[in-house]
Structure formats: structure tokens, C-alpha cells
Design a protein. Structure first.
Lengths: 561, 201
């Protein structure tokens, strides 16, 4: 059955799909967005203001239900009792991994995707990142440089609103900032110590975050309630539901179709073009087809690649648009698990008022001005300080009136440095279709082969050492370095599997996120990344998407698609 | 101001720090539909009486309400029924029964029948044993992100954790922490609130 025609089909309604929807609709294209999950209704689905005593398990999460329905998703800190519906049910979405090589695949299927759940940290990549593959020869060079993306960072930031502090660092270019959030007493103390002992090389700054500190484009400033991952009824943090999809809607040219699970893409070998999309209605299981002259894949890193792999043809027997053989390969995720925690003495008469939805950040300092002997590339630290709460009373033997009075008061300030490190592109980290494993809609799922390597482990170890060293310089007490074995996927920054590059023989997409093989096919989510940097990637996905949309429309107008 | 009006007000881009009290009140009403049930599913009457007395001994009514007023027993019953594994539930209930065994041994009566000093003596013994269990694991590898290692199977640690959680996540307990659902602003170095005193509820 053929449905009405559109000018463009966007697959996915999250971080990048929302941007594609907004850009195309605003540029006059009749835009169809296909979303596999259900609609998101903020007034019903958001739960950020529900106090603990109104939750059945008071913040302890619904352990048994989660363990049964979402054993992998519930490993993510953000998966709670009141927002578990923003995570897929693992029972409906199986995938396989190699023995001893776990990959934690955290997914959200609803209008808005994971943009409802993200950590909201926004950092521009720099030429330290875009030139990294070229410099150390690990993988083919990026086809773009910072200068190509800078105006698109500006463009995206103007719309979404990012609060932060300008530092003028070459390795971490400044965004167009709204006023920064404040640090707390202990963080300010550590910041001073870092400046004193390490100089400008290790700067502690407030996190750069897509949460509004003032009214912006009709969205209200943050009211500091805290749990952003449960939603935000005032639309103060950026998500596609809160910002880009309403903008697309306003044009009258957006058709957003939820419950549309994409099975595969249709390819015409004669015209060398994508002609349409095969969809399974998630509720009725009916098979549908949609057609448009332009297709944007924004379904998330592994889902977009899975769609291409499931769309094989006689010619593209190893996956559509895969003449390079690199589709599915070079999967990356930031390595974390290394860092240190300590007590920062003092400030006992001070507390935080309000819940700041933000961390503090130390930009990359390894392999910036000096070469590190142990590893290439680098990492940044996310940090946070908070006073210990009543939980510390569980393992103290005291009881009674004095104990109760003492435990109501906050404990010492704890400060934690937690590193996020760059992961090298590696051909041997890859995904393939596992024909023996299908999801609840009968669509073959992925087998994920992924493990960190020597360079990543050396980075994790250094996070632990440097974190402890800095907390020692900051006068920390009871310093506890840690090295946790967080597996790939756990940073939920999965990238790669359809990388950009100049050479069609070694890359899937060109400098405009356009398939080398199929001109009317674009992939603009994290799949496109040719390396991983060490900073949070979503801002870059958004800038790449807006840039690719602009390019695609100019090609369309020139009749070159 | 009803919910719809409150949302409209916020959507219009009102500065959160200037939220009028009626907006905040409307937000608090939105999900306020508590229906606490007093029907216990796991604890029998004696277990409930023992647990309630123990919880009140840990967090007594002072200038602020205690564990009983916060109905910590109902929360723990719910956790035993719907959150704990069968194994943990068994361990907890055996530990609770052991509190009576200890009190019988020392004073010839059940925990609920014992006087305040006698109950305190039982607690001190449980606390010393918990401290020993902690010492035993002190040299073990730390937990995730450098957290302190947990003692192995220890009823008193389980009881304390559940009681503290039940209390401080109740409306009564949360009030002691001066938490605001919608603070409206952030201050990283705010003066600490005065020591606990009667605040009413």
C-alpha cells in the first residue's frame, strides 16, 4: 500500500531527527518523520515534580519489574521508577554480544528518543579532534575541520541555549553562552587549588549545559528541581519534544508518525536512489510503505546502521550503501570508570539551595601541549561536589535523639572527578545482523562485537592517578581513586559504524553526511563519526545535522539529488 | 490557580525565581493523591510491633516527628513484599526474630515489652557486631566509584538503611531536610538552615 508522497523522510525523532524535522519544515519541505515509539505527552509522561513519598518505591526504583522487563536499561543511572517508560523494554529488543565482551545498549523509543534522557552536556569539538586520525594515523582523516562546523555550532546554539563560561581554550572552543550556573563552595575551592598548582593547563569550569539560565526563545529558565531525566514541563532543557519538534510543527509542513518501526529502505538499482521506506506499524503490525526523494537516517548510532544492514540488495549484499565494507565497523564509546573521590574539608555552615542540573568540567589536558608517554588522545573530567546526606547513617552504630539530630544535618562535602576518555576507531569493533535474533516486530537484531583496547585502558588508569593527584593538591582527605570496569556502551555515547571520510573506499559518508554510494541518502546521527573525541557528542551531531540539511536542500534545488 | 493555569504561566517564560506561591501550590497539588494503606502484607502483628518499636528507637519523636509518625513500618513491609528477594526477606525476618531472642536472653522478655534502657542495650550489641562486620570488610576492594564496602549479611545494617530511607523519603522526613520540590533558583553556598526544631507538619 502506497501512502501520500513527501519531499523528505526523516527516520527518528530524537536529538538529530528533531533537528532535521525543524530544518526541512522551515525550509519549505513537506517532511515526514517516522518514529518507532509512542507519542510523548509531557503532561502525562513527565514526572520531575513527583516527590519521593508519592513513588511506590520512594526512589529505590521498582527493582523486580525493572529486572524482569529492563535488565540492561536499568543499569543506566537515569532509569527510575517514574521514567522507565522512556527506556525500551529489553524483552522486546534483544541483541547479542560475544562471551566476555558485554556492550550495554541503552535505548529510548518514543517521540523525542533519548533527547528526553540525555545528560545535556554540550561541548564543541576542536581541530585537536578533527585532525586526530590524520595526526596519529589510527584511521582515515575526517573530511571536515572545525572551521566547517563552527558556523553550524553557532546556529544550533542560538536555538537550543547553552549555559556556560567562556575560557578561550583552543582544545575546547567556546559556545555562544547563556549565563553560567554557579559552582558550590567545595567546587570553588577545588577550582582555586587547580589554578594554584596546575596553572591554566588544568582549568576547572562549570559544565556547559543545554539547560536555560534565562528565558530563551519562548522557553522558561530552569527552576532547579533536579531530575531532568524525568522530563521538564517548563521545557527548560533542550530535547526535541521541548524545542525542535514544536518548531517544525509550527510550519504546518511536519507529519510526525509515531508507532512506525522501520523495517528497511527500498533501493532502485537503475536510478541508484532510495525510493522509499518499509514500515511496520508498531501497534497493528500492518506493513506500510512511504516514499520521498530524500531520506535522512537519524535513528541513533546503532539503529541507523541496523536499518542499512537490514536493507541489503543483490548489489549491496553486505548492507545498503556499503561498497566500502566499513558499514557496521569502527564502533566507539567513551571509556569511563576512572577517577577519584575525596572529602573537601570546611564549608560546614554552607549548603546548596536548589538542585543544579549540571556538573563541573575539566577540559582535556593530556596530549594537548605535551605528548603523554602512555597513550594517544586524551580525556576530560566531569566533577561534582555534594554534601553527604542521611544515607551515611546506615552504617553508623549510633541511634536515638542525638543521632537523629546529627543525621538530619548534612555531612562533609564529597568531591568526585570522573573521566570520560576518547575511544579509538577500530575496524574490529563492529556490529552485524544476527539473523537468529529478532525483535518483537520480527526484525533481525544486531550482534555487537566491541571491547576497549590498550589505549583506552591506559587512559582509564591515568584518570584514576590524575584524579587522585588533583584531589590531593586540593587538600582532599580520605582520597579514594577508583578504576571501575564500565563496559562499552555505558557512557551512552556510542559512535561510528557509518563513518564520514573523503575516500568512498574507506568510508560510508562524505563530508556532508551523504552516502558515497546513494546520493539521496544521508545519515546524521552518531553513526557518522570518524573518531570519538573525549567530549560529549550530541552538540556535534546536531550541528552536523543542520549543516547536512542545508546542503541537501541546496542539492535538491539544483536538481542534483 | 489550577494545573493548566500553572503550566500556562510557566510556559509563558516566567522567571522561576519569581513564581508566585499559588503556582508552587498548584504544582504540589498535581500529584498529591496519597492513599496510604495500613494493611500489612508480610509483617504479622508481633513483627510489626517489634519493627515499629525498633524504628522509633533509631529515629524517635523529638522536636520533630519520629519513625512511627512517618509510618516507616508500612514502607518496610512494602519493600519486603515487592522489592526484596525471597532470600533477603527471609534474612530480614530472621534478624527481626533474633532481636526478640537477644532481648529474652538478657531480660527474659520480648523486645516490645523491654524498657527503653534494655532496648538500647540490645541496639548497642547489634551496633558493635555491625562495626565488627564492617572492620572485616574494610580491607576489601571498595565498591563502585570508591564507595565504602558493605558488610555482608547483617540484619542491623538492613534495618537501619530501610528505616532511614523510609523516614527521609516520607513527607514528614523530607521536611526535616528543607528540600524544596521547586526551588526556583540555585545557590551553591547558601547558609545552612538552623538546627532541627519543631516545624509542625
Amino acid at each position: 500500500m502506497a501512502e501520500a508522497k513527501y519531499d523528505v523522510i526523516v527516520i527518528g525523532s530524537g536529538m538529530t531527527g528533531g533537528w532535521a524535522a525543524k530544518e526541512f519544515a522551515e525550509k519549505g519541505l513537506r517532511t515526514l518523520v517516522l518514529e518507532a515509539g509512542r507519542p510523548t505527552i509531557p503532561e502525562k509522561d513527565y514526572s520531575e515534580h513527583v516527590p519521593p513519598w508519592e513513588l511506590s518505591f520512594r526512589g529505590m526504583r521498582d527493582r523486580k519489574t525493572l529486572q524482569h522487563e529492563r535488565p540492561i536499561q536499568s543499569l543506566c543511572y537515569a532509569c527510575e521508577e517514574s521514567n522507565a517508560h522512556f527506556f525500551i523494554k529489553d524483552t522486546e529488543h534483544p541483541y547479542t554480544t560475544d562471551p566476555g565482551k558485554p556492550f550495554r545498549w541503552i535505548r529510548g523509543r518514543q517521540v523525542g528518543g533519548r533527547s528526553i534522557l540525555w545528560g545535556r552536556q554540550c561541548y564543541r569539538w576542536s581541530d585537536l579532534d578533527f585532525e586526530a586520525n590524520l595526526r596519529d594515523g589510527t584511521a582515515p582523516d575526517w573530511p571536515i575541520r572545525y572551521a566547517d562546523l563552527a558556523p553550524w555550532y553557532d546556529y544550533v546554539e542560538d536555538f537550543i541555549g547553552i549555559s556556560g563560561e567562556a575560557l578561550g581554550l583552543a582544545q575546547l572552543p567556546d559556545s555562544k553562552f547563556l549565563p553560567p550556573m554557579a559552582m558550590n563552595c567545595a567546587e570553588l575551592s577545588v577550582q582555586k587549588s587547580m589554578a594554584k598548582y596546575f596553572g591554566p593547563e588544568r582549568t576547572l569550569t562549570i559544565g556547559r549545559v543545554a539547560v536555560l539560565t534565562q528565558t530563551h526563545n519562548g522557553r522558561a529558565a530552569c527552576h532547579y528541581c533536579g531530575p531532568c531525566h524525568r522530563g521538564c514541563i517548563t521545557r527548560s532543557y533542550f530535547s526535541s519534544v521541548n524545542a525542535t519538534l514544536p518548531a517544525a510543527e509550527k510550519t504546518g509542513r511536519l507529519t510526525l508518525r509515531p508507532y512506525s518501526t522501520v523495517h528497511s529502505l527500498m533501493f532502485d538499482a537503475k536510478t541508484r536512489r532510495i525510493t522509499g521506506v518499509r514500515v511496520i506499524d508498531s501497534q497493528t503490525r500492518a506493513t506500510l510503505e512511504f516514499q520521498a526523494p530524500l531520506l535522512f537516517l537519524c535513528a541513533s548510532t546503532l539503529e541507523s546502521t541496523r536499518i542499512l544492514l537490514n536493507s541489503s540488495t543483490t548489489e549491496f549484499s553486505a548492507g545498503l550503501a556499503n561498497s566500502s565494507g566499513e558499514l557496521g565497523h569502527n564502533l566507539m564509546d567513551h571509556i569511563k570508570g576512572g577517577g577519584a573521590t575525596a572529602v573537601i574539608p570546611g564549608y560546614e555552615d554552607k549548603v546548596e539551595f536548589g538542585h543544579r542540573p549540571n556538573i563541573v568540567y575539566m577540559p582535556r589536558f593530556r596530549n594537548v601541549s605535551q605528548k603523554h608517554a602512555g597513550f594517544i588522545r586524551g580525556y576530560g573530567f566531569q566533577g561534582e561536589s555534594e554534601r553527604e546526606g542521611w544515607g551515611r547513617g546506615a552504617l553508623q552504630p549510633a541511634f536515638g535523639a542525638d543521632f537523629k539530630r546529627a543525621i538530619i544535618r548534612p555531612g562533609p562535602w564529597q568531591f568526585t572527578f570522573a573521566g570520560y576518555g576518547e575511544c579509538l576507531p577500530n575496524h574490529n569493533n563492529f556490529v552485524e545482523i544476527d539473523k537468529s535474533t529478532v525483535d518483537a516486530w520480527g526484525i533481525p537484531s544486531l550482534r555487537i562485537h566491541c571491547a576497549f583496547g590498550e589505549n583506552e585502558f591506559a587512559i582509564r588508569k591515568d584518570m584514576s592517578i590524575a584524579g587522585a593527584e588533583m584531589l590531593s593538591a586540593a587538600g582532599g582527605r580520605n582520597i579514594r581513586p577508583f578504576m571501575d570496569d564500565d563496559p562499552p556502551g555505558f557512557s551512552v555515547h556510542e559512535m561510528g559504524t557509518a563513518r564520514m571520510g573523503r575516500d568512498p573506499k574507506t568510508s560510508v559518508l562524505n563530508a556532508w553526511n551523504q552516502s558515497h554510494d546513494i546520493p539521496n541518502l544521508f545519515v546524521t546521527d552518531g553513526s557518522a563519526m570518524a573518531s570519538s573525541s573525549c567530549v560529549n557528542p550530541s552538540l556535534t551531531y546536531m550541528a552536523l545535522t543542520a549543516r547536512a540539511c542545508d546542503h541537501a536542500v541546496s542539492l535538491l534545488k539544483r536538481g542534483e539529488l | 490557580m489550577n494545573r493548566r493555569e500553572a503550566l500556562k504561566f510557566l510556559a509563558a517564560g516566567a522567571a522561576a525565581s519569581a513564581l508566585p506561591p499559588q503556582v508552587l501550590a498548584a504544582f504540589r497539588e498535581i500529584h498529591a493523591n496519597l492513599s496510604q494503606t495500613a494493611t500489612l502484607r508480610i509483617l504479622n502483628a508481633h513483627q510489626d510491633a517489634t519493627l515499629s518499636a525498633a524504628a522509633e528507637l533509631l529515629l524517635p519523636a523529638t522536636e520533630t516527628p519520629g519513625a512511627k509518625a512517618a509510618r516507616v513500618n508500612e514502607f518496610i513491609d512494602h519493600i519486603l513484599a515487592d522489592w526484596y528477594s525471597e532470600e533477603d526477606r527471609k534474612m530480614f525476618l530472621e534478624g527481626l526474630a533474633d532481636v526478640d531472642v537477644r532481648t529474652q536472653k538478657l531480660f527474659g522478655k520480648d523486645f516490645v515489652a523491654a524498657g527503653p534502657d534494655q532496648q538500647a542495650e540490645v541496639f548497642r550489641a547489634l551496633g558493635e557486631e555491625m562495626a565488627l562486620a564492617l572492620d572485616a570488610v574494610a580491607s576489601a576492594a571498595p565498591g563502585y566509584r570508591g564507595s565504602a564496602p558493605e558488610p555482608g549479611e547483617n540484619f542491623y545494617a538492613m534495618f537501619r538503611e530501610l528505616t532511614l530511607t523510609g523516614y527521609f523519603t516520607s513527607k514528614i522526613g523530607a521536611k526535616q531536610l528543607h528540600e524544596e520540590t521547586i526551588p526556583g533558583r540555585f545557590d551553591g553556598c547558601a547558609p545552612i538552615a538552623p538546627s532541627p526544631q519543631a516545624t509542625g507538619s
